[in-house]
Ligand binder design. Structure first.
Ligand code: GLU
Length: 353
């Protein structure tokens, strides 16, 4: 039975590269009918942040990465590590120094600090063995740990699982992803309005990169557009928190954030006062809108706009009257989404009537 683990440190929202590791582990488990264990690597209290674990759980849920077991917290497994160290001491693979720290004889890697706490190296290997992990899939920044960890595994009387190192996701400038880049963590991507399905699709596309890859923001944006276009009306309305009637307005949005902006332009536009030149357009619009049904199909809305244009109407002024903004969603979609009553009221207000 394949058993893999995703082992983040609880330092807050996952970086895109860590998210890649999580997604890759899930895929690997799924392809083999195996199990994914979530392990929280919190042996270093100075790196842990408050709420860091909760944030990671939220990120995984958002990405649709299900974990079958865990979270297993290293901070709660001190006795397991102490017992592992005893084994290494008993087999004479490690020795305790005068201060009480325990080190491997070969290579001198510290297993246990003088205060009795386990190092990352020891905890990671002891857990991989104890949790019966069969494959480790992680970023290639851990490649230097491989040999050390194989040695520790043998000192503990076991063998390290097979390890696959994948390339990291770097910023577009080729540097390690950081806040400075933007779009670097799952929290940032969520706040920027990327739909989770788009981020997941992007990470699935990257698969298991052999070498480091540069974040392809254009591709991520393309996937966001495609995802929004493919969402059902109900799903899109729910993702934006808007009534389903305004969905036509949201369709052209490039992110869920932009879709939210579009929804508020349609639902609660800022008031505008237009100059008298806009008057004939608004008057004609009011006439056409009064004769039309309470709710319009997009085709009916487009017909009204065509008629307005045919008489030289100023569609920019109509957009301002209906949405309070110069730019935004497709105008016909707005005309279709806004009820007759609201459309007439907005036209009247903008025209100073
Ligand atoms: N806690 C390590 C990290 O977040 C994981 C190490 C490993 O997968 O072995 O990078």
């Amino acid at each position: 039975m394949v058993r893999v683990r995703f082992a983040p440190s609880p330092t807050g929202s996952l970086h895109l590269g860590n998210a890649l590791t999580a997604v890759a582990n899930r895929r690997f488990a799924d392809s083999a009918g195996g199990v994914l264990v979530l392990r929280i690597d919190d042996t270093d209290p100075s790196r842990a942040v408050d709420g860091g674990e909760a944030e990671i759980l939220g990120d995984l849920a958002w990405l649709g990465v299900r974990c079958d077991e865990g979270p297993v917290r290293q901070s709660e497994r001190g006795p397991l590590y102490a017992e592992a160290v005893e084994r290494a001491l008993a087999s004479r693979s490690a020795e305790r120094d005068a201060e009480g720290a325990v080190r491997l004889l070969r290579g001198g890697t510290t297993l246990l600090r003088a205060d009795g706490t386990a190092t990352y190296q020891l905890a990671s290997v002891a857990d991989d063995l104890d949790l019966n992990i069969t494959h480790v899939i992680r970023g290639n920044d851990h490649r230097p740990n491989l040999e050390i960890q194989q040695r520790i595994a043998r000192a503990l009387g076991g063998e390290l699982p097979d390890v696959i190192h994948h390339g990291l996701v770097l910023g577009q400038d080729g540097k390690k992803l950081s806040k400075r880049h933007g779009h670097s963590s799952i929290a940032e991507l969520r706040d920027e309005g990327f739909p989770p399905e788009a981020v997941r699709a992007y990470l699935d596309e990257l698969d298991l990169p052999e070498h480091d890859v540069h974040l392809d923001l254009a591709r991520l944006r393309r996937l966001a557009i495609d995802t929004i276009a493919a969402m059902s009306d109900d799903d899109l309305a729910a993702a934006v928190g808007a009534p389903v009637e305004v969905v036509p307005v949201l369709r052209g949005a490039r992110s869920l954030l932009e879709a939210k902006d579009y929804a508020s332009l349609a639902l609660e536009p800022a008031p505008t006062n237009l100059t008298p030149e806009a008057r004939p357009t608004l008057d004609r619009f009011v006439e056409l809108r009064e004769q039309a049904p309470e709710r319009l199909s997009p085709a009916e809305a487009r017909a009204i706009l065509r008629e307005l244009k045919a008489v030289g109407g100023d569609l920019r002024a109509l957009r301002l009257a209906l949405t309070g903004a110069e730019t935004g969603p497709e105008l016909a979609a707005v005309v279709a989404a806004v009820s007759r009553e609201d459309a007439l009221a907005r036209a009247a207000r903008a025209g100073g009537a």
